[in-house]
Design a protein around this ligand. Structure first.
Ligand code: IPE
Ligand code: IPE
Ligand code: MG
Length: 237
């Protein structure tokens, strides 16, 4: 089985906004604002290359611990994006979803999320998941709780946020850190992990192309040997 050259599902930790701004002697939030441009360009590039699912980490369960001003700036940025970007996503056939504990978000934000999800639900182009107030541990905990409540504990994975989507083939983290930071935990079991030092606002098409080229050169073995992967044994019969 050959690895598909284009990943079906790409998951991205968009890190480095604060440092991008600080290097320019700007307030950290200027980096978040600039980061929105990089998200737009990534969505376009992913659509053009035929990626099925793109999941971006916008706000983690732990990001509430940041200074209150920064948290409210990020929440405003989300609200503004919901107001201003959804029509364009819809006209580009993008299916839009928010994953995470949305109950903790503002009322208008929750309403706009519901509307955007309903509007784009039957689109067949790129599926864009935006992880907001998301944590891999939260996801596992909520899935276990729902599975137990349904008397179906062994099938808990069916209750995870991404149960109806393929696991990520490629994980990208910008900003130089080599860690998962409580992003997808269960789903990254066999994902190829790509880390780069580029700060998120500087992550453009060329950096994305580099990540894809790196991915295309990986040999995915899923527990088998390299020989088995390269020369699959013909099944009897
Ligand atoms: C990532 O950039 C965006 C969010 C976590 C919302 P950071 O804000 O973490 O940027 P650095 O890591 O401090 O540079
Ligand atoms: C991960 O980045 C979360 C998002 C990109 C939304 P962080 O900047 O919060 O991660 P740590 O704190 O450096 O691990
Ligand atoms: Mg960071």
């Amino acid at each position: 089985m050959e690895a598909p050259v284009v990943p079906r599902h790409i998951a991205v930790v968009m890190d480095g906004n604060g440092r991008w701004a600080q290097r320019r002697l700007l307030p950290r939030v200027a980096g978040h604002k600039q980061g929105v441009h990089a998200v737009r360009s990534l969505i376009r590039a992913a659509r053009e290359r035929g990626v099925e699912v793109l999941t971006v980490f916008a706000f983690s369960s732990e990001n509430w611990q940041r200074p209150p001003d920064e948290v409210s700036f990020l929440m405003d940025l989300l609200l503004r994006a919901l107001r201003e970007e959804v029509d364009k996503l819809h006209s580009n056939d993008v299916r839009f979803r928010v994953v995470g504990d949305v109950g903790a978000l503002g009322r208008e934000t929750q309403q706009l999320i519901d509307q955007a999800q309903a509007l784009t639900a039957s689109n067949r182009g790129l599926c864009l998941n935006v992880a907001v107030n998301y944590g891999g541990r939260w996801d596992i905990e909520q899935a276990v709780a729902r599975a137990v409540a349904a008397g179906d504990a062994r099938a808990f994975a069916h209750y995870l946020s991404f149960a109806d989507q393929p696991d990520p083939d490629l994980f990208i983290r910008t900003g130089g850190e080599r860690r998962i930071s409580n992003f997808l935990l269960w789903q990254l079991a066999y994902t190829e992990l790509y880390f780069c030092d580029t700060l998120w606002p500087d992550f453009g098409e060329a950096e994305f192309a580099q990540a894809l080229a790196w991915f295309a050169a990986r040999e995915r073995r899923f527990g088998r040997t390299g020989e088995q992967v390269r020369e699959p044994v013909a099944l009897p019969g």
